[in-house]
Design a binder for this molecule. Structure first.
Ligand code: HEC
Length: 220
């Protein structure tokens, strides 16, 4: 008796499950799904990817008119945003007055973004070297880094160079300049060491591809 009841029970559950799981399959409907408690979940507004009956092309997502610049993203000053003047030459100095706050900010940001590779003092012996990183980061006390224009260091942070990645996305423009200021502060406390053979100006894209990685292996 007991097993019979259990079997009937199981059969019933199975039938219900099959009906529930397959019941609405295959049917399409233009009506919105049943949504008993709507609160304010569905509103008369445009969201990404939604269609529009108002615009001729039927898209709710509008392409901004050509030349549109988002607020706060107008990059009129090439020196400040690229480290190069209108002629494409690296500017020798940071394009704003470096005060105490900027230096502090630079030291802090250097500690966060550069020290893992270049070390807190900038000697190129950051934490990664303890893990035998195959491409030694440049020692920032090399003579050629002392000789490098501030705009060039800004460019290295912005776009990376050879084996160093770009920090454009992580570090906002003003912070990059603050970091350059901190590199200069470190350099005034240290003494220049001879440069490695890596040429200071970044090579062309082709040359960068073919630069053997071991050319920097002595760059301690
Ligand atoms: C992931 C490790 C890494 C981080 C983080 C890093 N660097 Fe580098 N950096 C390198 C390596 C590796 C090189 C040497 C690249 C080469 O010569 O191929 C280098 C080279 C440089 C150079 C010399 C560029 C040249 O033209 O020879 C400068 C200057 C420099 N880094 C500054 C910075 C600053 C400032 C930061 C912080 C914003 C930073 N780096 C963060 C790895 C790093």
């Amino acid at each position: 008796m007991k097993t019979q009841a259990t079997t009937r029970h199981m059969l019933l559950s199975l039938t219900v499950a099959v009906i529930v799981l397959t019941g609405c399959r295959g049917g399409t409907s233009d009506d919105p799904p049943v949504h008993l408690n709507r609160n304010m979940d569905t509103q008369e507004k445009y969201t990404a990817q939604r269609a529009s009956g108002f615009f001729a092309d039927g898209k709710a997502m509008r392409t901004p008119p050509e030349g549109t610049v988002a607020r706060g993203q107008l990059r009129e000053d090439p020196i400040y945003f690229t480290g190069k003047d209108a002629g494409g030459v690296y500017v020798p100095a940071i394009p704003f007055e470096v005060d105490e706050a900027a230096l502090k900010r630079g030291a802090e940001r250097f500690g966060i973004y550069c020290s893992p590779c270049h070390g807190f003092t900038g000697d190129g012996k950051g934490k990664i070297m303890e893990y035998k990183y195959p491409i030694p980061p440049t020692n920032l006390y090399e003579q050629r880094i002392y000789d490098m224009a501030d705009g060039n260091i800004f460019e290295v942070i912005s776009n990376g160079v050879r084996n160093m990645p770009s920090y454009r996305e992580q570090i906002p423009v003003r912070d990059r300049w603050c970091i350059v200021a901190h590199v200069r502060t470190l350099q005034t406390k240290g003494t220049p060491v001879p440069s490695t053979t890596v040429a200071a100006p970044a090579p062309t894209a082709d040359a960068a591809q073919s630069t053997p990685t071991n050319s920097t292996e002595t760059a301690q």
